[in-house]
Write a protein that binds this ligand. Structure first.
Ligand SMILES: C[S@@+](CC[C@H](N)C(=O)[O-])C[C@H]1O[C@@H](n2cnc3c(N)ncnc32)[C@H](O)[C@@H]1O
Length: 254
């Protein structure tokens, strides 16, 4: 299987950081989605981020989100456990505060009485095992200020057309793959994520949706920018939202 049983170990291999980081310029779906996520964050922050407010990016990886966040506030902190991922961040963003820790086991930020106006976390919750999702949400809740905002995404919603097709064809292909080459697929329903957020003391205020056009593979070598006009239309249609491949949740404390 191509997956670590504990998501904490998923991005620790030597060289993983460099490969992961370059995928956002190499593959058009990832590049376009990241452009949309940035536009979405700008819109959210206009309302939710106080001037020079504090932002923590949880599971910051190679600093993709941090690089954008530093344009929004001078008070940005990144948290991750992986040397391989943080090596890229430290090289590209030497002036940003990085906390290398597993906050679920050693909450150095809580011990230091730190709290943030905004906490972001992208591309973490879908693939983390459920116990870790719960532990992380319970850890992040007290680190968010009373009227703070938690922004988090799910890039594998259970009803997404692209995800469903990817899983269907992927499972067929798995039938002829050797055990060590078999691929694991992920999906997480809105209902389940909402329940996890709720149980941890978060309430969803708004959601943003993108990628209704059924892209089966985030790393497709094809240029998917030609579907952008169609996507722009789809994103305005409420009834198409459940089919989207990427959902951004804006949450507050209950
Ligand atoms: C797919 S990467 C996402 C990176 C970044 N957020 C982005 O969207 O580009 C997932 C990250 O979660 C990190 N991670 C896994 N478990 C963690 C934990 N318990 N605490 C902090 N980071 C963790 C991994 O090291 C990895 O860098």
């Amino acid at each position: 299987m191509n997956v670590a049983s504990d998501y904490r170990d998923s991005h620790t291999a030597v060289g993983k950081g460099k490969v992961y980081h370059s995928s956002f310029s190499q593959y058009s779906w990832r590049r376009i989605m990241w452009e949309w996520e940035q536009r979405t964050l700008v819109e959210i922050f206009e309302e939710k981020l106080p001037k020079d407010g504090t932002i923590m990016d949880f599971a910051c990886g190679t600093g993709r989100i941090l690089n954008f966040l530093q344009t929004q506030s001078p008070n940005v902190t990144g948290v991750d456990i992986s040397d391989s991922m943080l090596e890229v961040t430290r090289k590209n963003l030497p002036n940003i505060e990085i906390v290398q820790a597993d906050l679920t086991r050693d909450n150095v930020l809580k011990e230091a009485n730190r709290q943030f106006d905004v906490i972001t976390s992208f591309r973490f919750f879908l693939k983390a095992q459920n116990e870790l999702r719960i532990e992380v949400l319970d850890t992040l809740h007290p680190l968010l200020k009373e009227h703070g905002t938690f922004v988090v995404n799910n890039h594998g919603p259970a009803m997404s057309l692209g995800v469903l097709l990817e899983i269907f064809y992927g499972r067929l292909k798995n039938l002829i793959r050797t055990p060590e080459k078999k691929v694991t697929f992920y999906r997480m329903s809105h209902k389940h994520f909402k329940k996890l957020l709720n149980n941890a003391g978060f309430e969803i205020e708004t959601t943003y949706h993108r990628s209704v056009f059924p892209i089966m593979n985030e790393k497709t070598p094809r240029d998917v920018s030609k579907f952008e006009k169609f996507e722009n239309w789809c994103s305005t249609k409420k009834f198409l939202r459940p089919l989207a491949r990427n959902v951004v949740y804006v949450c507050k404390k209950k």
